[in-house]
Design a protein around this ligand. Structure first.
Ligand SMILES: [Zn+2]
Length: 367
């Protein structure tokens, strides 16, 4: 099974220059081979394969532009293959025609392949070995074992560098458990489980969101392209990253816990678009978190032999009494947090009852 391990890296000045050069050369090769492909098609009505494009790069571009030889060759080939996938997508899925990459593109990365130990992680020394860069200082917070396949070096808008190492790892299956849970995705809290466990939205995110708003207001008052303008922009990028990283780390912790402890995990199949129409809810919808939560549950369940099911939103999970099945229309009102079933007398917490119904529905569907 292939797994990616992402680490922050701290290149020195010379390494930064080499990385920037590689980004530039990859962009150049991407654009040149895309143009070559386009031209050949327009002039000769001939289609060109990715191998042709790679040969064009090796035989023509590298002769004409000697500096292309100064960067990692796999990075260039992968840039060409990326161009090819964008091109294939255009044909097969009728996506947009591949665009030429701009210098101002915020997404800077390149991928290199493993061969003869050119990529390695030194967990004791806190270093990663990469082609053309030699040893780069890294924060290796997680160990891995297995065969390295490739490494992707990237730089985010705030200026930080990362490496994502793709590793073929042996799969260790989790022990089977008889415990299952239903999850009710909440508004105030992130989610509530059928066990009554509440996962709150991390307060740090709210703090950063307030800070982000403040920075964005400040940016509006700066003169465009002034030094202070770029300073603010960088602060905004850092703040965005903090929000994204905090959210991801928190969700990884939650989904890991849910997957470890349960065999079947059931949640609503949220049609976020539909919910956004409701203006009152729109503001508090943590659609990004929900989307990420369900995405993580999905692949982690698959990795670990667990079952993750999404049940229909049309199912009135918060209205049905979990015990007797009575439908209580009064709970349509979101303000009703606790209620007692008028038929069987069971006391319910709104969200836990919903989560129990969601679990029951999921189990019914697989039975
Ligand atoms: Zn009841």
């Amino acid at each position: 099974m292939l797994k990616a391990y992402k680490y922050r890296i701290y290149p020195n000045q010379a390494q930064k220059v080499q990385i920037a050069k590689t980004f530039g050369c990859c962009r150049f090769v991407y654009n040149q081979t895309l143009a070559y492909r386009k031209e050949t098609y327009e002039k000769e009505n001939k289609s060109v394969s990715k191998t042709d494009c790679n040969n064009y790069c090796n035989r023509k571009l590298k002769k004409e532009y000697e500096w292309l030889k100064e960067v990692d060759k796999f990075a260039l080939t992968n840039a060409i293959y990326n161009m090819d996938s964008a091109y294939q997508k255009f044909f097969k899925e009728h996506a947009g025609y591949p665009k030429f990459k701009s210098k101002h593109d915020n997404h800077r990365s390149y991928t290199t392949n493993h061969t003869n130990g050119n990529i390695a992680a030194d967990f004791e020394g806190g270093k990663v070995k990469l082609p053309k860069l030699k040893e780069v200082r890294a924060k290796l917070h997680r160990k891995f074992t297995g065969q390295i396949k490739s490494a992707t070096v990237s730089q985010v808008p705030s200026g930080k560098y990362y490496v994502s190492i793709l590793v073929e790892t042996a799969h260790e299956e989790m022990a089977h458990t008889d415990h299952n849970i239903g999850i009710d995705l909440g508004i105030k809290d992130l989610c509530i489980t059928s066990d009554g466990k509440v996962y709150e939205n991390p307060g740090t995110i709210k703090k950063y969101e307030r800070k982000l708003k403040r920075l964005q207001r400040q940016l509006a008052h700066k003169e465009k392209r002034s030094r202070n303008y770029y300073k603010k922009k960088k602060q905004i990028a850092v703040c965005h990253e903090k929000i994204t990283n905090t959210r991801k780390n928190y969700l990884h912790k939650i989904t890991h816990e849910m997957i470890s402890e349960n065999q079947v995990i059931v949640s609503e199949n949220l049609q976020i678009k539909n919910m956004v129409k409701n203006h009152h809810l729109a503001k508090s919808i943590h659609d990004v978190s929900w989307y990420e939560l369900t995405r993580q549950l999905c692949y982690k369940a698959e990795w670990n032999g667990r079952m993750y099911i999404k049940v229909d939103t049309f199912y009135a999970s918060s209205q049905l009494c979990f015990v007797c099945g009575y439908q209580n229309a009064e709970t349509k009102d979101l303000a009703v947090r606790k209620w007692i079933c008028p038929v069987c007398g069971a006391g319910h917490d709104r969200d836990v009852n919903a989560a129990k119904n969601i679990l029951a529905e999921g189990l019914r569907q697989i039975a």
